[in-house]
Unconditional design. Structure first.
Length: 265
C-alpha cells in the first residue's frame, strides 16, 4: 500500500496546484476603498483577513538605466482563478481498484474532483515571508546574485508549514490514501532542491533586476491559503538583456505574507 501511495504521490502531488475546480472568488479578499473603509478590528485567531493592496503598483529602474513599465502586482484582484480538480464522476476513487476487503473506504473521494478537502480555519501562520509577490521575487534575485542556495531555500515554506498549513487541504492527505505529511514532504523537498540547482546553474552570480512576476496558470483558491501556479520571474541584467526564471514555479500567500511554495526543475 505504501508503494502504491508513494507512486501516486510522485505523479500527483506536484500537480496539487492543479487539483481543484474553478471556483468563485472570495468576497472578503477584495481590497477596501482607502477613502471610505473604517479601521478593521484585530482578526480572530484562525480567520483569514482581507489584504489591502497598495494604491500604486511598483516599477523599477534597471542597472542599465532603462525604466521598466509599471505593472500590476499579483493579487486576488489581478490573477484569475485557475481550474482545480479532476473532472470525473463525484464519489469515484482511484483507490476503488485496490482489491483488499480490509481497505479503508474512501469517504472523501469527492475532494479529488473539487481539488481540495473541506477544512476549517487554522491558527498557524507563515513564518517570515514578504508583503508581496514582487518583494519575494526580488529576494529570489538577491539569492541568485549572491550565488547562495541556502538563501533561496530560506524563502520557501518549511516542513512544519507544509505539514500544518498546506498538506491538510490537499486531496492526497485524506485518510484513505494512507499518505502522511512526511511522505509528501520527501518528494516536495527533493523537487525544491532540483529547482534551486537549476536556478543557480543558469543564473548564479548574475546581476538581475526585477521586471515583473507572471502567473501563467492562475490562482488556486484554498480555504486557508492561495497558491499562484506557474510563476515566471522576468528580469533584466546590467546590459539590458531580458531573462526568464521559471523554476520558482509556485508562490504561496496566506494573510498577506508570501513565500515560495515550490521550486521545480
Amino acid at each position: 500500500m505504501r508503494i502504491v501511495c508513494g507512486a501516486l504521490l510522485a505523479i500527483v502531488l506536484w500537480n496539487a496546484t492543479g487539483c481543484s475546480k474553478e471556483g468563485e472568488a472570495r468576497s472578503n479578499r477584495s481590497a477596501p476603498d482607502a477613502a471610505q473603509a473604517a479601521p478593521l478590528p484585530p482578526p480572530s485567531p484562525g480567520v483569514r483577513v482581507p489584504v489591502e493592496e497598495r494604491s500604486t503598483p511598483q516599477g523599477f529602474v534597471s542597472e542599465a538605466g532603462t525604466a521598466a513599465s509599471t505593472r500590476p502586482k499579483l493579487s486576488p484582484e489581478t490573477v484569475p482563478l485557475a481550474p482545480m480538480g479532476v473532472k470525473e464522476e463525484a464519489g469515484g476513487s482511484i483507490l476503488d481498484g485496490i482489491q483488499d476487503p480490509n481497505r479503508v473506504k474512501d469517504l472523501e473521494a469527492d475532494s479529488v474532483r473539487k481539488g481540495k478537502r473541506d477544512v476549517g480555519p487554522i491558527t498557524d501562520e507563515l513564518g517570515g515571508g514578504f508583503d508581496s509577490a514582487e518583494d519575494l521575487a526580488r529576494a529570489i534575485l538577491s539569492g541568485v546574485r549572491a550565488n547562495d542556495t541556502k538563501q533561496l531555500h530560506g524563502l520557501r515554506v518549511s516542513n512544519r508549514e507544509f505539514s500544518r498549513i498546506f498538506w491538510p487541504e490537499f486531496p492526497q492527505s485524506r485518510p484513505a490514501t494512507n499518505v502522511q505529511a512526511d511522505d509528501a514532504w520527501f518528494f516536495h523537498d527533493a523537487s525544491c532542491h532540483d529547482g534551486v540547482s537549476e536556478i543557480i546553474s543558469a543564473f548564479g552570480g548574475r546581476e538581475l533586476e526585477l521586471v515583473e512576476v507572471q502567473c501563467k496558470k492562475g490562482r488556486l483558491d484554498y480555504s486557508n491559503f492561495d497558491l499562484y501556479d506557474d510563476i515566471v520571474i522576468e528580469a533584466v541584467d546590467s546590459r539590458g538583456e531580458r531573462v526568464s526564471i521559471p523554476w520558482a514555479t509556485t508562490f504561496a500567500e496566506r494573510n498577506g505574507k508570501w513565500k515560495v511554495f515550490l521550486y521545480k526543475s
